[in-house]
Design a protein around this ligand. Structure first.
Ligand code: ARG
Length: 575
């Protein structure tokens, strides 16, 4: 159990024993300043208000009932009724020793693992991946890593779009090029250009457009020639994605791809089952689901359309089929959808209808982990200089090139291969960290200079902090693994408690989908280490102290490395 949970339980019991309602929260917080102890219990004020009691009197009563003698050496009442908790040095040191021995650091394994399906990345295969897919891919991947590390069963699902009407246009254009004996793979090397060329044909030539519409129908009816052509296109498009996933160092593989087309055969059944559940209404020839939950102020309901009047199925139909597959076949207890905030209504409708129709049970947790838009410096959505969408592959090359220039200017004598290697880790790390460190739900401004800076809350800063600790070890030589940790200076204690708090942070990240809290934590940890390193000399200290401090340094380095790894960011031994 982590420290915060442990204190929470104990203080809650004491609150109840002191007369408070049994639902009174203890409100345990890590203290912001050492003079307030290591932790504070802030729940007394709220409980006292309910009891109409003086909060300091209630706090005194709580203390009478609070036995923390094994773990704390001082409890005091502060201000209007805060309880400051000063933990025992020996107890902290003992926990640190255990942390050092564990391959999960301070993070405990969950007792009841859940099967968590994470729906992320999910580009539309008709086009090349662009910056709009970056956030889903990066944040989703961090969630997959965090939940997996805690011991949950994580199932990644890349719900790629491979079945929409655009494929009629693309396949028709492919057919034309084939007739002209053009090398298709060459043409498809740049999907974005290919898409644009096909679109021009589609917009300008009515016969072509008509052909394209007919071809979608043929494709969806399973015409073998079209299926073959389509498969060729999809394979090339997916290999573009693979290249990005590997550059980005995300976990997604081909095995995680569960495309929209995979649900094709189930769509008619989905509509039938909605009908059986009494949920279908025909509206202007289309099959719709009207749910009271989506009633606007004027009394009008925004329906979810599941079948068009021409018989075609929609995005929502596929998502309902996917939902049921995830429950029936994957055994999902919790589903996380890393999808742009603008699809909020769509997902809410799918979740609500899926539960009403019994596709998933009521207790399945379905969460839209929405995110905001990536903006340019001018505060409008991130675009190329001429206003086009930025291809992800170009953005990632630019990141590596910029990092390379930076590394070269700092370290001109290093051989080129090493500089390229460092540049890749720093450049990609910087892009990912910039995204992960922002509040997920807000829009954020993409800025090369701040994300590549070695100062502030950035990947390069943390990677550098890690490499610096490694250089201390190179100077210090062997660490005595049997040495004990002794915490005497306040900076040592502060660092120690911080190291142990990793588990508390991870719990919240896992629950709320907020990797930015892990980023903040790592940034503060690095800061605590710098303060410790300035105040507590390592090389000049006596043997016992030196070994203890080296262990603190080792724990810091491992926590930084693990934390960054959970974010999908690598570290280097030297920079
Ligand atoms: N392909 C969709 C898009 O590009 C995102 C899919 C998200 N996942 C889902 N199950 N709807 O907008």
């Amino acid at each position: 159990m982590n420290i915060s949970t442990l204190l929470d339980e104990k203080v809650k019991q004491a609150l109840v024993a002191a007369g408070a309602d049994k639902n009174s929260p203890a409100v345990i917080k890590a203290s912001s300043r050492p003079e307030f102890g290591d932790y504070q219990a802030n729940g007394v004020m709220g409980a006292a208000k309910k009891l109409k009691m003086n909060p300091r009197d209630l706090a005194a009563k709580v203390l009478e009932n609070l036995d923390l003698s094994d773990i704390a050496d001082k409890l005091e009442i502060a201000g209007p009724g805060f309880i400051n908790i000063h933990l025992k040095n020996d107890w902290l040191a003992e926990r640190l020793q255990k942390t050092l021995a564990s391959d999960h650091l301070a993070i405990e394994q969950v007792i009841k693992p859940e099967t968590v399906v994470i729906d992320y990345s999910a580009p539309n295969l008709a086009k090349e991946m662009h910056v709009g897919h970056l956030r889903s891919t990066i944040i989703g991947d961090a969630m997959a890593r965090v939940l997996g590390f805690m011991g949950h069963k994580v199932i990644r699902q890349n719900h790629v779009g491979d079945w929409g009407t655009q494929f009629g246009m693309l396949l028709t254009y492919m057919g034309e090029l084939q007739q002209q004996d053009e090398e298709l793979s060459m043409q498809l090397a740049d999907l974005e250009k290919f898409y644009q060329a096909a679109k021009i044909r589609f917009d300008k030539d009515e016969a072509f457009a008509q052909q394209a519409r007919e071809n979608v129908v043929k494709l969806q009816a399973g015409d073998p020639d079209f299926l073959k052509l389509w498969q060729q296109f999809i394979d090339i498009s997916l290999s573009h994605c693979d290249e990005i996933y590997s550059t980005l160092n995300v976990l997604l593989t081909r095995d995680d791809v569960m495309p929209e087309s995979a649900y094709n055969d189930d769509l008619a059944q989905v509509v039938k089952d909605l009908d059986k559940a009494g949920m279908l209404t025909e509206d202007q020839g289309a099959q719709c689901v009207f749910m009271d939950e989506f009633k606007a102020k004027d009394g009008k309901i925004t329906p979810m359309i599941v079948q068009k009047s021409d018989g075609g199925y929609l995005y929502a139909t596929t998502d309902l089929a996917a939902l049921r597959y995830r429950h029936n076949e994957l055994g999902m207890n919790r589903g996380l959808y890393l999808v742009d905030a603008r699809q909020g209504l769509h997902l809410k409708q799918v979740f609500t209808a899926g539960k009403k129709a019994g596709f998933v049970p009521e207790e399945t947790q379905l969460e839209h982990m929405a995110f905001g838009t990536m903006m340019g410096k001018d505060g409008t959505p991130f675009k190329t200089r001429d206003g086009g969408t930025v291809k992800l592959i170009d953005l990632l090359s630019e990141a590596q090139q910029r990092a390379f220039d930076l590394v070269t200017s700092k370290n001109p004598d290093l051989d080129e291969a090493s500089r390229r290697e460092i540049a890749k880790t720093v450049g990609i790390g910087a892009v990912k960290y910039a995204d992960l460190s922002k509040n997920r739900t807000s829009d954020y401004i993409f800025n090369w200079d701040t994300m590549l800076s070695f100062e502030g809350n950035t990947a390069p800063y943390l990677q550098y902090a890690y490499a610096r600790i490694q250089s201390i070890f190179r100077k210090a030589g062997e660490i005595n693994t049997k040495a004990t940790i002794i915490l005497s200076e306040p900076q040592e204690r502060q660092l120690a408690t911080k190291i142990l708090q990793l588990s508390e942070i991870i719990d919240i990240v896992a629950k709320e989908g907020t990797p930015n809290l892990l980023c903040n934590y790592l940034f503060e940890l690095a800061g605590n280490f710098m303060t410790f390193y300035e105040a507590c000399p390592i090389m000049k200290a006596d043997e016992e102290t030196q070994q203890s401090r080296l262990k603190l340094a080792q724990l810091t380095a491992e926590t930084l490395k693990t934390g960054l790894d959970l974010l999908g960011i690598d570290v280097m031994e030297r920079m």
